[in-house]
Design a protein. Structure first.
Length: 365
């Protein structure tokens, strides 16, 4: 199943059914009077967050959703049946956003954060009145009726933001996928080329009788906030994270510059990412000696003002336990993210030849 985290759809609730114009016709009853029933109510548009979904790919192939119209009324004071509600099922973590206005501003209309959450988004139109309801003392044979109220309609954006407790950030080839493979049962693709990861990866970390969900997103590069590389669109998947792990490749020419690039991109994206607690880790310690790793860590301490810099190896697991120990005090209740992860069924590419063309994240923007 291909991963898609945003889609634009058209939704329309059902219109109300028209009321009936009818008169009672019965033997020996000369003036039967009106007996037209009211029309039925139109169906509502309802969104529901369900387990078992981890992508919005279904909305790539179907963009129009219309609820059923109410049935018309009939004679003998028979009311029309209401239209069936249309329930649109979305993954946990989906947000519904309005179309941008003239100033380019959008509004968050709904946010689905737990399984079973439902919201009536567009209400169906009320049914029209039958002619029986227009009868008065002066108008004994009314022939007017209501045609039914129209339904509501609009275009909306769906955006999926995965629920995780800890987010992994860093430049491409910093070893994020190797790290998540080391601490979870995830089988993320690993390769010696940039952007090996082209979609978010989730895994559950079990450490010292605690469990939390870890999210790995594609690497950031300078100018990502302006659309360079894959851009910063996947940063939305770590907005809900409590803590960020900033992974830095110790074998590159300037680890301090790598830290600054990612920090600048987090600030440019906004949404409070730059203010989240961060744990900085120098990765690939198995390729450098302990003395050289400590020297690089000292450079980072001087540049960042953060005293606790972890030196680890995602490949061998060296230093990883101490890093996980530092995360635990920063995490609160991890139940919501754990519940959402159970619905996340990763589609893996096991050929190892790099990302396929069809695996490139599709964006309607």
């Amino acid at each position: 199943m291909h991963f898609l985290d945003q889609a634009k759809i058209f939704i329309k609730s059902g219109a109300g059914g028209p009321g009936a114009v009818s008169f009672r016709r019965e033997k020996y009853i000369e003036y039967g009077g009106p007996d037209g029933g009211n029309g039925g109510k139109g169906g509502d548009i309802i969104f529901e967050a369900v387990a078992g979904l981890n992508t919005l790919i279904d909305f790539r192939y179907k963009q129009h959703f219309k609820a059923q119209r109410g049935m018309p009324g009939a004679g003998k004071n028979r009311y029309g049946a209401g239209g069936d509600d249309l329930v649109i099922k979305v993954p946990v973590g989906t947000q519904i956003i309005s179309e941008p206005d003239e100033e380019g501003m959008s509004e968050l209309l709904a946010d689905f954060t737990h399984v079973g959450q439902r919201q009536v988004f567009l209400r169906g139109g009320d049914g029209g009145r039958g002619n029986m309801s227009y009868k008065t003392s002066t108008n004994r044979t009314p022939r007017q009726h209501g045609t039914g109220w129209p339904g509501e309609e609009m275009w909306v954006w769906l955006r999926l933001k995965l629920l995780a407790d800890v987010g992994l950030v860093g430049l491409p080839n910093a070893g994020k996928s190797t790290f998540i493979n080391q601490v979870t049962n995830t089988k993320a693709k690993v390769g010696a080329y940039p952007f090996t990861t082209t979609k978010p990866q989730l895994g559950v970390v079990s450490h010292r009788d605690r469990e939390f969900v870890l999210a790995d997103i594609p690497g950031l590069i300078e100018g990502a906030s302006e659309g360079v590389g894959i851009g910063d669109r996947f940063l939305g998947h770590i907005e809900r994270c409590r803590v960020l792990i900033h992974l830095i490749d110790a074998t590159q020419d300037d680890p301090v510059a790598a830290w600054e690039i990612v920090q600048n991109e987090l600030e440019a994206y906004g949404e409070g990412l730059e203010d989240k607690p961060q744990v900085i880790a120098l990765n690939k310690g198995d390729l450098l000696g302990p003395e050289l790793m400590e020297d690089i860590a000292d450079q980072l301490r001087a540049a960042t003002g953060i005293e606790e810099i972890f030196t680890i190896s995602g490949a061998t697991g060296e230093g990883v336990s101490a890093l996980l120990d530092a995360l635990l005090p920063l995490l609160g209740d991890t139940g919501a993210a754990r519940q959402a992860f159970e619905a996340f069924d990763e589609d893996e590419d096991e050929d190892g030849d790099g990302p396929k063309k069809e695996d490139k994240p599709w964006s309607p923007l």
